[in-house]
Write a protein that binds this ligand. Structure first.
Ligand code: HEM
Length: 217
């Protein structure tokens, strides 16, 4: 690896992230196709609304599996807040909304990313549960099934809105981030700007490894 690059994600993380992303996008598109008359043409494209429903439901299973793996994978770094550092970052809005001379340092994920992860975890789980109840509705009381439709629509609104913010920040909004999802290798300059504390910890643990290796070798 080039000296000015650092490994941000491993192959497993990238596969899980892509499965989550692709299944989520297929669910958005197929869901919209079933929900609104003006989007019914999406059903026509795949051979009818019945087939679109199968695509939606089975992609849902794929999404649930990806979500469980994502939660396991990201929980430690993106699911817990570190105080007071994260609070300081929030007070400065990470320097995204107004000029801040010294943006408080954060680890691998900043509090905005953590909020996104938590929204995906909570609303993604709500989508999975409500989707399964609607799919196997005969096993549940009618009033409960009706509420699941409401929950599913609410979850969609939240995830759809967050998705565009995430897409923007993961690409053009924060240049240098996308390789974390493709090759897994990011520049040290990007890591220093976006996740300085994490970079320092990585460097320290690399040094510790070298020392430990030297001691035994
Ligand atoms: C194709 C569209 C997508 C792109 C380009 C994209 C891009 C990225 C990038 C570059 C990162 C790493 C950011 C960093 O380390 O600073 C990331 C992290 C993450 N992505 Fe995506 N992503 C996409 C779709 C999704 C979808 C659909 C979801 C969830 C439904 C998702 C969930 C996450 C989560 C939970 C993280 C880790 C925590 C965070 O950064 O908030 N991504 N994404």
């Amino acid at each position: 690896m080039r000296k000015d690059m650092i490994q941000a994600t491993d192959a497993f993380e990238r596969v899980v992230h892509w499965s989550l992303a692709v299944s989520c996008i297929v669910l958005f598109v197929s869901g919209l196709g079933m929900m609104f008359k003006s989007f019914n043409f999406i059903g026509t494209m795949v051979g009818g609304l019945r087939i679109l429903k199968y695509v939606h439901n089975f992609t849902g299973i794929f999404f649930i599996v990806s979500l469980v793996l994502s939660i396991r994978m990201w929980w430690k770094e993106a699911g817990t807040f570190e105080m007071p550092g994260d609070l300081e970052w929030m007070k400065a809005a990470g320097g995204y909304l107004w000029h801040v001379d010294n943006v408080p340092e954060v680890g691998k994920y900043n509090p905005g990313q953590k909020a996104f992860f938590l929204a995906v975890a909570v609303f993604g789980a709500a989508m999975g549960v409500s989707g399964l109840v609607m799919w196997f509705s005969t096993g549940f009381p009618a009033f409960a099934v009706r509420w699941m439709y409401v929950l599913h629509a609410l979850g969609f609104l939240v995830l759809f809105a967050f998705f565009f913010v995430h897409l923007y920040l993961g690409t053009i909004g924060s240049p240098g981030s996308l390789p974390a999802m493709t090759t897994g290798r990011v520049t040290r300059a990007w890591a220093k700007k976006q996740h300085p504390k994490w970079l320092r910890e990585m460097d320290e643990s690399a040094k510790a490894d070298v020392h430990a290796g030297g001691g035994h070798g």
